[in-house]
Design a binder for this molecule. Structure first.
Ligand code: MF3
Ligand code: CO
Ligand code: CO
Length: 283
């Protein structure tokens, strides 16, 4: 694996993992905080009867009014300020006129750009009271993400992150989605490295293992596990975006943008209001 000083690298994806300095940390703190504030704002609006398009409108207006840009608008032809993924949708759900129903669980994923820096975060929400099993899936997914983040320090590896997540999710009888991963983040939305959420698994081609890439101070990436109630397999719908679980079982996801520090980890997208996981008081 190659590393490159971020301030000497062009603002493009090179395949090398960028190592950022104080300016990068300051930029990511500002972008991460706004992305988290945006989810804090939207948490008060998630309720039965509300459409996901309405939630996306609120997000777009909040981001633009804050002097930032929604990174997803115009990204590879995507047209919305957020991805909103309901129930069996794993990720990249498209906001629509469909209204939320009591018992729905949903992921809302926002990425904002401030001064060129990308703050990327998502949380689960629910409308009304979820079923016990849905709540258990959401709780397990949040815990898995945080256990992955706890692994982050210089000298640990990407595989350590995946192992912590996979062990927790599978220990609860759930499965880790393999077809989507976390990613380097910074001035580039999706940069090297890929951050998979497993240590290893066996498929018909053999054993697939996460790379043992060593973590170094100044690396920025997301950790964003998608955990399914049933099988891990993904199906992409005809709209070209919406990814659902093949067996239509429930799926959950949380995402933080983080930086590796000299001693451990800094989470850039923590909720300023402590609304990092449901239940949210106003929800
Ligand atoms: N925010 C998503 C991520 O976590 C990416 C969404 S790209 C979009 O990486 F085009 F689907 F919006
Ligand atoms: Co991401
Ligand atoms: Co995201």
């Amino acid at each position: 694996m190659n590393y490159v000083q971020a301030d000497e690298a062009a603002y493009e994806k090179t395949g090398e993992i960028k190592l950022h300095g104080e300016e990068g940390f300051a930029g990511m703190r500002a972008a991460g905080r706004l992305a988290a504030q945006c989810l804090d704002m939207v948490s008060a609006h998630v309720a039965p009867g509300v459409t996901t398009k309405r939630l996306d409108d609120l997000i777009r207006e909040f981001v633009l009014d804050s002097g930032a840009l929604p990174a997803t608008i115009g990204y590879r032809g995507y047209r919305h300020a957020s991805c909103i993924s309901l129930n069996h949708v794993i990720c990249h759900g498209i906001p629509s006129d469909k209204a939320l129903r009591g018992g729905d669980i949903l992921n809302i994923d926002v990425t904002v750009i401030i001064d060129g820096w990308h703050g990327d975060t998502s949380r689960m929400f629910w409308a009304g009271e979820p079923k016990v099993k849905a709540r258990r899936l959401v709780d397990t997914t949040y815990e898995a993400m945080m256990l992955g983040i706890e692994q982050v320090k210089p000298g640990a590896t990407l595989r350590d992150i995946g192992r912590a997540i996979q062990t927790h999710a599978e220990g609860r009888g759930f499965s880790v989605v393999r077809d989507f991963c976390g990613h380097g983040v910074g001035r580039i939305f999706h940069d090297a490295p890929n951050v998979v959420h497993y240590a290893e698994y066996r498929d018909r081609f053999g054993i697939q293992r996460a790379p043992e890439t060593e973590l170094k101070p100044g690396m920025f990436f997301t950790i964003e596990p998608m955990i399914n109630e049933g099988r891990p397999d993904v199906k992409l719908l005809k709209d070209g975006w919406t990814a659902v679980s093949r067996d239509r079982s429930l799926s959950a996801q949380f995402e933080h943008s983080i930086g590796v520090t000299e001693t451990g980890v800094e989470i850039f997208t923590k909720s300023p209001k402590g609304l990092d996981r449901p239940p949210y008081a106003a929800g």
